[in-house]
Design a protein around this ligand. Structure first.
Ligand code: NAD
Length: 493
């Protein structure tokens, strides 16, 4: 396993060691077929290192390890001990947060200062939150009549598969692992092929925390190979996925065609952000900006359709543009950087082609629209105006720093336009009128509605989508329901 350890040099000169094997049974191993793949620094387009690639045979190995760990060990470990291990894991993430944030930044291009102060803080909070739940998961006594005693047990499902994306690699890893482990499941988790490094570093912390071998297995690899093998595996009882709606559909189909495993999906969005004339304009601009450009627009909740009431439209547009021009795009390790590169050449090309489509559809490219610099996958912050709901750029998830800003007159028009999407992940409303805030929050079909803020996600509050944005909820107590089976025990007295 030592030969799989690689020393990675950060742009700051610091060296970080990462084990680049597959993490199975608490060991780092080569893939059965000896395959590896490259992970690229999106800021420089240069190779960072090669990582072991899981194929179907490796997924079998990981599932076998997780099955044995579940049957022989983990299902007999009580909640208090599961909680203790999760607390220990959180403590180790906190200890190594600078290294983890640096790896995340190197591999994904997100600003190091943001990874450290936002993503890592969230990761620690999430693992601690679910550590607290581990010994509080229990059933109920149910009244079923005289001479009977009936109760329910909330039992773990068994082996759970988890497939995560590249936009928030460590946050996604913790959001997925926390409830699964708290409920007593074992896990086979596949990071996105673009960002395996922070997950592999987390794997060493999992081992150090003392989790028994096989409880958590981390297997980097590609979607159509390793991802499909997880989705179709007969010994996996549930798959939790975050990513695109197209992949979510394929996972659901794979589950249906095989063992009907349970599936939760956290998918894409095209979230409306509705700004009324009575809103605090400076606050609305600050949040709308953060809402769409956070993480370079690579956010499932991105507020990419901004609707502004017509009386304040011109003022909003001007100030929003000024705000966009004031933030730094560039080297993720520069402490002043707000926006780094897009994750990959594929995503870069996809976003640029959406920008071209927007122009062809007749929308006005009011700001940006071009590559930023000549190296790395950087894109200028882009604003489209003169848009209508039929346009592709108003219907498809662009997943880049591109926003469409348009006008509305009445509450009803805002609701109608806001809901003109197949997605339903999030929305926001800016107003000082409480009645209007309540009315809009009820009328918008989305899993989360923010009022006078954006992207405010709390570990304690459920998160998930209406319509084609997904199935089930993550975060909070709600997530636990998706990681247990409820058993009814009926006793004849
Ligand atoms: P994706 O959904 O294909 O990838 C996400 C994860 O799913 C990765 O781990 C990938 O390896 C895996 N995967 C891919 N195909 C699979 C399959 N057939 N079976 C099982 N697992 C599979 O996303 P992408 O191709 O990286 O990005 C494309 C678009 O998806 C983006 O432009 C964006 O619109 C959307 N996206 C959304 C989110 C989100 O958080 N909602 C995250 C990433 C990407």
């Amino acid at each position: 396993a030592d030969c799989l350890v690689q020393k990675l040099a950060l742009p700051t000169g610091k060296i970080i060691e990462v084990n680049t094997g597959l993490f199975i049974n608490n060991e780092f191993v080569k893939s059965v077929e000896g395959k590896t793949f490259e992970t690229i620094d999106p800021a420089t387009e240069k190779l960072i290192c090669n990582v072991a690639e899981a194929t179907a045979k490796d997924i079998d190995r990981a599932v076998d390890a997780a099955t044995e760990a579940f049957e022989k060990v983990w299902q007999h470990v009580d909640g208090k001990e599961r909680g203790r291990l999760l607390y220990k894991f959180a403590e180790l993430i906190e200890r190594d947060k600078e290294e983890l944030a640096a790896l995340e930044s190197l591999d994904s291009g997100k600003a190091y200062s943001i990874a450290l102060t936002q993503d890592l803080v969230a990761c620690i909070d999430i693992i601690r939150y679910y550590a607290g739940w581990a010994d509080k998961i229990h059933g109920k006594v149910v009244e079923t009549g005289h001479n009977k005693f009936c109760y329910t047990r909330h039992e773990p499902i068994g082996v759970v598969g988890q497939i995560i994306p590249w936009n928030y690699p460590l946050v996604m890893l913790t959001v997925k692992l926390g409830p699964a482990l708290a409920c007593g499941n074992t896990v086979v988790l596949k990071p996105a092929e673009q960002t395996p490094l922070s997950a592999l570093k987390a794997a060493s912390l999992i081992k150090e925390a003392g989790f028994p071998p096989g409880v958590i297995n981390i297997v980097p690899g590609f979607g159509p190979i390793a991802g499909t093998a997880i989705a179709r595996h007969m010994k996996i009882g549930k798959v939790a996925f975050t990513g695109s709606t197209a992949t979510g559909r394929s996972i659901l189909k794979d589950a249906a065609e095989t063992n009907l495993k349970k599936v939760t999906l956290e998918l894409g969005g095209k979230s409306p952000n509705i700004i009324f004339e009575d809103a605090d304009l400076d606050q609305a601009i600050k949040w709308a900006y953060y809402g769409v450009y956070a993480n370079h627009g690579q956010c499932c909740t991105a507020g990419s359709r901004v609707y502004v009431q017509d009386s304040i439209y011109d003022k909003f547009l001007q100030k929003f543009k000024e705000c966009s021009q004031s933030k730094k795009i560039g080297n993720p390790f520069d402490p002043d950087t707000f926006q780094g590169p897009q994750i990959s050449k594929t995503q870069f090309d996809r976003i640029m082609s959406f920008i071209e489509t927007g122009k062809k559809e007749g929308a006005t490219c009011f700001m940006g629209g071009k590559r930023h610099g000549d190296k790395g996958y950087f894109i200028e912050q882009t604003i489209f105006t003169d848009v209508n709901e039929d346009m592709k750029i108003m219907q498809e998830e662009i997943f880049g720093p591109v926003v469409a800003i348009s006008k509305f007159k009445t509450d009803e028009e805002a609701i109608e336009k806001g809901n003109m999407t197949k997605y339903g992940l999030a929305a926001a409303v800016f107003t000082k009128d409480v009645a209007r805030a309540f009315k809009l929050s009820s009328a918008i079909k989305a899993g989360t509605v923010w009022v006078n803020c954006y992207n405010s996600v709390d570990t304690n509050a459920p998160f998930g989508g209406y319509k084609e944005s997904g199935h089930g909820r993550e975060n909070g107590k709600y997530a636990l329901e998706h990681y247990t089976e409820v058993k009814t025990v009926q006793i004849n007295l």
